[in-house]
Write a protein that binds this ligand. Structure first.
Ligand SMILES: Nc1nc2c(ncn2[C@@H]2O[C@H](COP(=O)(O)OP(=O)(O)OP(=O)(O)O)[C@@H](O)[C@H]2O)c(=O)[nH]1
Ligand SMILES: [Mg+2]
Length: 408
């Protein structure tokens, strides 16, 4: 069922909010949850109206629009209180949800793994709780629709006492999942394999980049990650093994995309997943260079990295989708790539190797003729440039990176 919607936002006159961009994004969010936007309404005001968010006149205007197109849902651009939702629903005669509920709804639709389902449910419950007052009956009568869906087949719980119990139970289960993840991480640390986390705004091309790297250097080439042109295609952290240039091992991590005004409750719930980023050795911050509000996207990602305290890890800023634009770029300001066509991926890989394994240098080793193991080790892990067979042994000149040399 495609739900017809009207979206509405308030632009506070003194604020620097780019309301057009936010409304465009809200429209995409509605589409990502299976709805269609019939009208987009913006009101410029000095302040939000406390009882109804929008001014009374505007609300009436929206009511008429809803009737005209038979919309069944109004989505507003900011978080509302329970009573604001109630008041608006009474005046509009349709359901009202806010941006946060919409994002939670998309996450509920997309969550696939047990852990991400629990995380989404937890965020939904914590968001609904304080907004339940006087709402219980209406909500339990609802037959579903955008903003009411729970992860899996379940409908979003609306009974307060149940919710409290549920929150408890889910938190317990999530703790268990976290322990499992920690065990996996420890075994990675023990093997000393460096970790690269790819982070950024939703739809920037993170998963596409990972697949490109898997195609070039993947240990298990058939383990591609999911790519799709929609917001929040990736909802779980995924790790893949790489062996770059057939010599340098790394684990690459795909992560959940960010969005401006990402609900705090959601970030909280996903924190244990996002915190995986903290255990990476480098972060690739990927941005969609064709996006007209690149700076908002960049700041959003930087903010969330701060929130999860991933601030000491070196970040490589990478601009993606250059195949889609003909603007020229200053290479000294960052790395410009196309994850899709593979353009400049080599430059990115060089930067990754430099950070993880240091600069490439030439070394010489003297091996005795019986050192077969050492020789084959060098053959497998470095580039051998020259071998000189002397009376005292073999002189091997080889090229490798500083940190690899230390390991050898
Ligand atoms: N033209 C072009 N399209 C790209 C490029 N990289 C990714 N895309 C497209 O952008 C869309 C999103 O790509 P994803 O890799 O799923 O993006 P993501 O960052 O993983 O998104 P989420 O998982 O939703 O956070 C897909 O339609 C890709 O084909 C690129 O370099 N050029
Ligand atoms: Mg993805």
């Amino acid at each position: 069922m495609i739900e017809k919607c009207v979206i509405a936002g308030v632009k506070i006159k003194q604020s620097r909010t780019d309301i057009d961009y936010e409304m465009e994004e809200l429209k995409q969010l509605v589409e990502a949850s299976g709805g269609i936007v019939e009208y987009s309404v913006v009101q410029e005001k000095d302040n939000y109206t406390a009882s109804t968010y929008l001014g009374k006149g505007k609300v009436e205007e929206i009511r008429v629009l809803c009737e005209e197109v038979e919309a069944t849902l109004v989505v507003v651009n900011d978080e509302l209180t329970g009573s604001q939702i109630n008041n608006l629903e009474k005046m509009l005669n349709v359901r009202v949800i806010d941006r946060t509920m919409l994002i939670l709804d998309i996450f509920a639709l997309r969550a696939k793994t047990k852990e991400s389902k629990l995380q989404v449910e937890l965020a939904q419950l914590k968001y609904t709780m304080p907004r339940l007052k006087g709402k219980g009956i209406e909500m339990s009568k609802l037959g579903g629709g955008i903003g009411t869906r729970g992860p899996g087949e379940k409908k979003l719980e609306t009974d307060r006492r149940h919710i409290e119990n549920n929150i408890h139970e889910i938190e317990k289960q999530l703790k268990k999942a976290k322990t499992v993840r920690e065990v996996n991480r420890k075994s990675r640390l023990k093997n000393n394999v460096p970790v690269i986390a790819v982070v950024g705004y939703t739809n920037a091309g993170k998963s596409t980049l990972i697949n490109s790297l898997l195609n070039l250097y993947g240990v298990e080439k058939d383990k591609e990650v999911f790519v799709y042109d929609m917001l929040f295609a990736t909802l779980t952290t995924e790790n893949r093994k790489l062996r770059i240039l057939d010599k340098y091992e790394a684990v690459i991590t795909d992560t959940v995309g960010f969005i401006s005004k990402l609900p705090t409750k959601l970030v909280e719930s996903f924190k244990s997943t996002l915190e995986e980023i903290n255990y990476s050795d480098i972060i690739i911050h990927l941005m969609d260079v064709t996006n007209k509000d690149l700076n908002v996207q960049k700041d959003t990602t930087d903010e969330i990295l701060k929130e999860i305290k991933a601030t000491d890890i070196p970040v490589i800023e990478v601009y993606n989708k250059i195949d889609k634009t003909d603007i020229s770029f200053d290479d000294s300001q960052g790395i410009y790539i196309s994850a899709k066509t593979g353009l400049n991926i080599g430059k990115l890989v060089e930067r990754i190797l430099l950070l993880l394994y240091g600069a490439s240098k030439t070394y010489t080793a003297r091996l005795s003729y019986s050192d077969h193991a050492k020789l084959s080790f060098l053959e497998n892990n470095t580039n051998i440039i020259e071998r000189e067979y002397l009376e005292a042994g073999i002189n091997v000149v080889f090229e490798t990176r500083e940190k690899m040399y230390e390991k050898l």
